[in-house]
Design a protein around this ligand. Structure first.
Ligand code: PMP
Length: 387
């Protein structure tokens, strides 16, 4: 099998140490070895989320389950929720909120933009239980201004829920300092673990809001009331059982979290800033236009790029033929007009160069470029530029 370099926005490339941790014979969920791994992993996750007072939940599932876990435990039918709509995953969040009975207001922006703080503020003024934000919308590559939005939510006494699926572990994020109440993610993105784990970090106000519910959560599997004793038990290094944890994946997550903390959060965020700047510089050197409307909206975990005139979405397959897997468009309004390159997790300049070279080769195949090379040169120069 010829394997392509995986540069889609998740799943991502995974370190061999993480794969090795996953490839050991499965541990029993009440064995002393697994209890230590899971307990230490939960403790360490607080450092990754920058949430010293947070309560982590790690369960088998994907990011969508993590979204549903946040909503199911905070929302009761009739509660108001405001969604900062930056694309496809904000639409999904709105769908989950509506399914759990929320009275919804989505504050939208055209694809590639983010609604203004003023518009979000006027939606919050009506009194809202939850403000939902997608930190990086994977369909647009738009980075939302989480600290400003969370400060607004605090002012109007709403709980802030951040979908960090395409951000956490790559973009700067300080859950406690920014006053975020819930941040959720999945294993297969910037945490650099294979898919299969849903992660939710709940701050003290979110747990209090859960405890004040009038009726149980509208989902059995997601119910914090059933998972809290389990997470507490692992944190206290004691055996417990609710739903069998995916022990091999959790061993892999722990290995990755140790690597992340060894690199250091600031260094990791800085490396992702270099990855983002480098990929954007390359695309701009090739004369390509980015989807985010302004530089302050650029995410560093993925780049979204319009096809140039005369080039269509078969470009993604051509890039694949040059050994690099990238993704097509996802936002319904611009779906066939752009492609997406993920650059999160363990990557560095070598993978960016390889990706840009494959994009250049594909653009040469379709006659857009006469000569290849300008993109790779721009990528490397931007990677090396101090920032
Ligand atoms: N939110 C965001 C921002 C995402 O990028 C994704 C996955 N691409 C999800 C939620 C849903 O995660 P999953 O596909 O793991 O269910």
């Amino acid at each position: 099998m010829v394997r392509s370099l995986l540069m889609i926005p998740g799943p991502v490339e995974v370190d061999t140490g993480v794969l090795t941790a996953m490839a050991q014979p499965p541990l029993g969920h009440t064995s002393a070895s697994f209890i230590e791994i899971f307990g230490a992993c939960l403790d360490a996750l607080r450092d990754v989320f920058r949430a010293p007072d947070g309560q982590p939940f790690v369960v088998a599932g994907s990011g969508t389950l993590a979204m549903e876990m946040a909503v199911a435990n905070l929302i009761e039918p009739g509660d108001r929720a405001v969604v900062v709509d930056t694309g496809y995953f904000s639409h999904r969040m709105a769908g989950i909120l509506a399914r759990h009975g929320a009275v919804l207001e989505s504050v939208s922006a055209p694809a590639g933009d983010c609604p203004s703080l003023e518009r979000v503020e006027s939606a919050l003024k009506a009194g809202t239980k939850v403000l939902a934000i997608t930190h990086v919308d994977t369909s647009t590559g738009v980075l939302a201004p989480v600290p400003d939005l969370a400060a607004l939510a605090r002012h109007y006494n709403a709980l802030t829920v951040v979908d960090g699926v395409c951000a956490l572990g790559g973009e700067t994020f300080e859950m406690q300092a920014w006053d975020v109440d819930v941040c959720l993610t999945a294993s297969q993105k910037a945490l650099a673990v294979p898919p299969g784990l849903a992660l939710v970090m709940a701050g003290p106000r979110a747990i209090q809001a859960f405890e004040a519910r009038r009726r149980p959560a509208g989902s059995y599997y997601c119910d914090w009331g059933l998972w809290l004793p389990i997470m507490h038990a692992y944190q206290a290094r004691k055996p417990s059982y609710f739903g069998t944890p995916p022990t091999s994946l959790i061993a892999a997550l722990y290995e990755s979290v140790k690597q992340i903390l060894k690199e250091g959060m600031e260094a990791r965020w800085a490396r992702h800033r270099k990855l983002g700047a480098s990929m954007r510089a390359a695309m701009q050197a090739l004369g390509l236009k980015l989807v985010p409307a302004r530089p302050d909206l650029y995410a560093d975990t993925l780049t979204t790029i319009y096809y140039p005139d005369g080039v269509d979405d078969t470009l993604v397959g051509r890039i694949g033929q040059h050994g690099v897997a990238v993704a097509g468009g996802l936002h319904p309004d611009i779906k066939g007009r752009y492609f997406r390159v993920g650059h999160m997790g363990i990557l560095c300049d070598a993978e960016i160069r390889q990706t840009v070279a494959a994009i250049e080769a594909a653009l040469k195949d379709v006659g857009y470029l006469g000569e290849a090379g300008a993109g790779v040169t721009a990528a490397q120069a931007a990677y090396e530029r101090p920032r």
